[in-house]
Every structure is written in structure tokens, then in C-alpha cells.
Design a protein. Structure first.
Length: 321
């Protein structure tokens, strides 16, 4: 979540005209995240989230996200539910941009996960994967490994000190693409399960938000994204992998849905691919985000370190012990 597009009281009045069952009285920008503009809306007794779509989200793909969240909620999976406007549509226009309003999910993200949290996250991911198997929805993963080449080529390595980094990225990207697995179990994944997209009430997981990178891809790729996002510990500016967290994440997942041997053998290359994906997007944002944006830029060096760590791991067992 972030704030690129500024709104005012007249915009709030316009939003209220589009929804006749709620009267939004105030708005507040949300700084976390890097992809879309988000505001907290308040009515008299309730809270909602307004999302204005920016950057990497294509207009034609947005209905997929709306239907996914709506149908997951109908299957009793805890996530935001998109509201329909007076015309029965999920989407509205603000500042000539596509936007939506979704229900507010109770709870908040945690700054640091314990082992039980990791188990519960794994369990919830498996429940989500089983739920999405029932849905007749499809979206190609626009941030899948085969689609990252244009992003890599768009990054401007502006000085001589970046020459080694450019070579490192291109060598790794070529190797990852060559070794990328084929024909693993797949379905709809969340695709962006970072710690700020997972909500807790106390020590109990209350739900998942921000489905705007959801797509059809390998279920095990979701696990790889989560290992990168949730199972590293930071000491000053250095990151180290936490294998106990990985073990609990996978135990939680397998308490609901088993992981095949072929999936396990693919874990290292999937982790490398996930690290590459976030390294590239953060590097691009670091060099291209306008200074006027109300946003906290995430440091791309984190995922350089993680990619190097994955390069030194090989087997599934290396991630657990």
C-alpha cells in the first residue's frame, strides 16, 4: 500500500454518490507498500479501504482480483470483500484512475513473527490454495519468471559501480530461467504474502489482504515467496535465513495440504526466482519512484543478500537443517 494519487474532500463526496449504503466521512493516506494508492475511509461506525490502481496493474486484470476476493469471502476465507456501487459494479473512477472500495479486515500486521505464527501462516496458505481450486478464475502471472526480462532491461545501471551488479543479475536470471521447473501442481496463489499483508488479532491470524498480484502459478512458488518474505531475520543491515521458521511454515502447510517430492526438489530454484523477482521490482522502484510520492521506498539490497544466500543452498533439506 502507498499514496501516489492525492484526493480531497470533493473526491470523497464523489465517492459517496457512488455508494448509497455508506456515508464515508473521512479519509487518511496509508504509506505502507509500494504498488497502489491506498486510503483508510471511515463512516460513522465502520472502516473501509479505498485502493486506486497504479503502475503494474493492468485495467483489464482488475476484475479478476475483485471476483477472487469476493468468492474467497463466500467460501469463508478471511480477506477483504469488495463493495459494489450503485450500478452493481466493483470498480469506480477517481482522478481518471480505476479504484475500488473493500471492507476493512480486523487485526494488524506484526513486526516480527514467532514460530507459531509461521505454522499458522503455512496452514492458512494451504487453506487458500484448496479454496482457490474451487474457483473458475484465471490470470497469467504478470510477474512470473518468464516475464521479468523486460523489467531487468528497463533498469538503468547509471554508474560504473553498478556494472558488477548488472552482470550478477543477468547471470543469475539466465540460470534461474534455464532451471525453472515444469509441470508442478498449480492454481491461484496470492503472490505477494509479505508480513504487512498478513493480519493478526493478538497471536491469532485474522486474515490476508492485498490480492493485487494474485495469479495462477505453482503452489510451491507461493511457499518460496513466503520463505523470502517471512523466514529471514535481520541483524542491523544483514539478513540471515531462519530455518526453524521455514520448518514451521511448511509443517503448517502440510497439516492441510501435502507437498510432493517434485515440489520439494524445486524449492531452491523457486526461492532464487522469488528473490530475483523482488530484487528487480525494488531496484526499479528505487530508481524510478517520484520524490513527490508519499511512500516509503524499500531497500533492494535486502533481496540481493537473500539471492546470494539461496545461491549457496541446494537441496530441500538445506532449508530445514
Amino acid at each position: 500500500m502507498a499514496v501516489y494519487t492525492k484526493i480531497n474532500r470533493s473526491d470523497l463526496t464523489s465517492i459517496n454518490r457512488k455508494f448509497n449504503f455508506e456515508n464515508f466521512q473521512s479519509f487518511e493516506g496509508i504509506k505502507q507498500g509500494i504498488e497502489n494508492t491506498n486510503y483508510l475511509l471511515r463512516s460513522k461506525n465502520k472502516k473501509f479501504i479505498l485502493t486506486i490502481f497504479e503502475k503494474r496493474v493492468l485495467k483489464k486484470e482488475i476484475p479478476f482480483f475483485m471476483k477472487l476476493m469476493d468468492q474467497l469471502r463466500n467460501l469463508n476465507f478471511n480477506c477483504p470483500k469488495p463493495l459494489k456501487n450503485n450500478q452493481g459494479h466493483y470498480l469506480i473512477k477517481i482522478k481518471n484512475k480505476i479504484a475500488c472500495v473493500v471492507t476493512f479486515l480486523d487485526g494488524k500486521d506484526k513486526k516480527k513473527l514467532n514460530l507459531k505464527n509461521c505454522f499458522d501462516i503455512g496452514k492458512t496458505i494451504a487453506q487458500m490454495h484448496l479454496s482457490t481450486k474451487k474457483l473458475k478464475l484465471y490470470r497469467k502471472n504478470s510477474m512470473g519468471i518468464i516475464n521479468l526480462n523486460p523489467l531487468l532491461n528497463s533498469i538503468k545501471f547509471k554508474s560504473k559501480k553498478f556494472i558488477k551488479l548488472e552482470k550478477f543479475l543477468k547471470t543469475n536470471f539466465k540460470d534461474i530461467k534455464r532451471k525453472w521447473p515444469k509441470k508442478l501442481p498449480k492454481g491461484i496463489i496470492h503472490g505477494d504474502l509479505f508480513i504487512d499483508n498478513i493480519f493478526f488479532k493478538g497471536n491469532k491470524l485474522s486474515g490476508i489482504i492485498d490480492f493485487y498480484f494474485a495469479a495462477n502459478d505453482y503452489f510451491m512458488y507461493e511457499i518460496a515467496i513466503c520463505i523470502n518474505a517471512l523466514c529471514f531475520d535481520k541483524n542491523k543491515s544483514r539478513f540471515r535465513i531462519n530455518k526453524r521458521k521455514i520448518k514451521n511454515l511448511i509443517k503448517g502447510y502440510e497439516s492441510i495440504k501435502k507437498i510432493s517430492e517434485k515440489e520439494k526438489k524445486s524449492l531452491n530454484i523457486l526461492c532464487r526466482g522469488a528473490a530475483m523477482r523482488y530484487f528487480l521490482t525494488r531496484l526499479y522502484d528505487y530508481t524510478n519512484t517520484p520524490k513527490t510520492a508519499l511512500i516509503k521506498i524499500k531497500d533492494p539490497r535486502e533481496y540481493y543478500q537473500k539471492l546470494v544466500i539461496h545461491n549457496n543452498l541446494k537441496t530441500y533439506k538445506n532449508y530445514l537443517s
